[in-house]
Design a protein around this ligand. Structure first.
Ligand SMILES: [Zn+2]
Length: 414
């Protein structure tokens, strides 16, 4: 009988997970300047949402911010125009419903939708509904667990009221950065109260270059774990700079192909995302929606579209697009599973179920077939793997399956 040893977890289907994080989007973005939202600002936000469906159709997955509240600059402060579940001054309710149904009917297929806390401007007193004269991020860094939990739960609840279950949150600017341990726990508590979710995530950090020792990569981080109650909080980190901002456009020119080159060149070999691919890292990158649609020529959007096409054409066998909730699940499972080898059987246990879970092990004999929980896996001649399949390379065998609390892998040798 063959001997198997050294069981390890691998990237899903032996591909790098890839995810696009989109920040700051709102039903009616009210930035600098004057004018009513129903004209330019509302139309631009809506147009972005409609165009984003096209990126989803090209395979793109990730997360999209939807701000629960809309505020408007007034003098040197802001005024609350409303919240998406109760109506927004200046936006007819029919229009509001139209955008929300686009989010729920189309965008949610491709993206997790998150609050980016309540206003992304000034902090809100949630009891009175009035703004506090302090930004959300300044305010957040002085709060305790109970207050932060309430604040985050309120954002989740507003989205929930319009039928959106947000599996995680986006932090506006440095929200909670100085109290990150408390922040992570507050997100979990808020998710448990509002959505009954115990595996959650947040986006706060960017690391556009590798920091640390040689072998380190920019990957998510598991910030909290309780295996018994099956609770986990993951920090999803963007590993790339945003290459469609005005600064980059000024230096590279308003050329979608040259802008896309900063992420991945047309041959798939260079650019920041190619670097992450080579490092076997999670490829997570971010944009702000207005850098896609802020300019009238929409050059940012066309650069993204070019990028999505390059990924589809060049990297179909190398990467797998994932929503943030899927990334967070995979990452957590890969840190918390355990294996026990008994003869030609591997017994896996995990607090979290996980689709497309991929492991490998070393063997000293050729494998004939593999069964997972009694079901035969499909043999693939070479990677990448797909759902319920396996392949052999050198002295290692790689297999992809649906990980459950207890998974039995039986190996039959030739
Ligand atoms: Zn933001």
């Amino acid at each position: 009988m063959g001997v198997l040893r050294d069981v390890r977890s691998e990237l899903p289907c032996l591909k790098n997970p890839i995810s696009l994080l989109i920040d700051d989007w709102s039903i009616g973005y009210v930035g600098e300047g004057r004018g009513t939202i129903e004209d330019t600002k509302f139309e631009k936000c809506y147009e972005f949402a409609k165009d984003l469906v096209k990126l989803g159709a090209l395979g793109v997955r990730g997360k999209l911010t939807l701000l629960p509240y809309v505020t408007k600059p007034e003098g040197n402060t802001y005024r609350v125009l409303g919240r998406i579940d109760k109506g927004i001054e200046g936006i007819p309710s029919q229009k509001l419903l139209e955008v929300l149904s686009l989010v729920k009917g189309e965008l949610m297929k491709y993206f997790d939708i998150t609050p980016e806390l309540l206003t992304h401007t000034l902090a809100l007193d949630i009891e009175t509904g009035t703004l506090i004269n302090e930004s959300e991020w300044e305010w957040s860094n002085k709060q305790d667990l109970k207050t932060l939990t309430k604040y985050i739960a309120h954002g989740l609840q507003v989205l929930r009221n319009v039928g959106i279950v947000a599996s995680g949150i986006t932090c506006p600017c440095d929200f909670g950065k100085e109290v990150e341990g408390i922040l992570a726990k507050a997100i979990l508590e808020a998710e448990k109260i509002v959505n009954n979710i115990t595996l959650t995530w947040y986006f706060l950090h960017m690391q556009s270059r590798r920091i640390g020792w040689d072998g380190s990569s920019v990957n998510p981080r598991l910030m909290y774990l309780n295996e018994e109650s099956k609770e986990a909080v993951v920090s999803i980190i963007s590993g790339s700079a945003e290459y469609i901002n005005q600064k980059t456009i000024d230096s590279v020119g308003p050329d979608p192909e040259r802008l896309a080159d900063q992420w991945i060149t047309a041959d798939g070999e260079k650019g920041r995302l190619a670097e992450l691919l080579k490092n076997k890292a999670y490829i997570i990158f971010h944009i702000h929606w207005y850098n896609s649609h802020g300019r009238d020529d929409k050059v940012g959007f066309f650069a993204l579209k070019e990028l999505a096409s390059r990924i589809r054409d060049l990297w179909a066998n190398k990467v797998i697009w994932m929503k943030c909730s899927e990334l967070a699940r995979y990452f957590t499972a890969s840190k918390t599973w355990k294996a026990e080898v008994a003869g030609s059987r591997i017994i896996l246990s995990s607090p979290f179920h996980c689709p497309l879970f991929t492991i490998s092990f070393a063997v000293d004999r050729e494998v004939k077939y593999i069964k997972v929980n009694g079901k035969k896996l499909k043999k693939k001649e070479k990677p990448p793997l797909e759902k319920c399949s396996w392949t052999a390379m050198g002295d290692r065998v790689y297999l992809c399956f649906n990980l459950t609390e207890r998974t039995i892998v039986d190996i039959t040798f030739k």
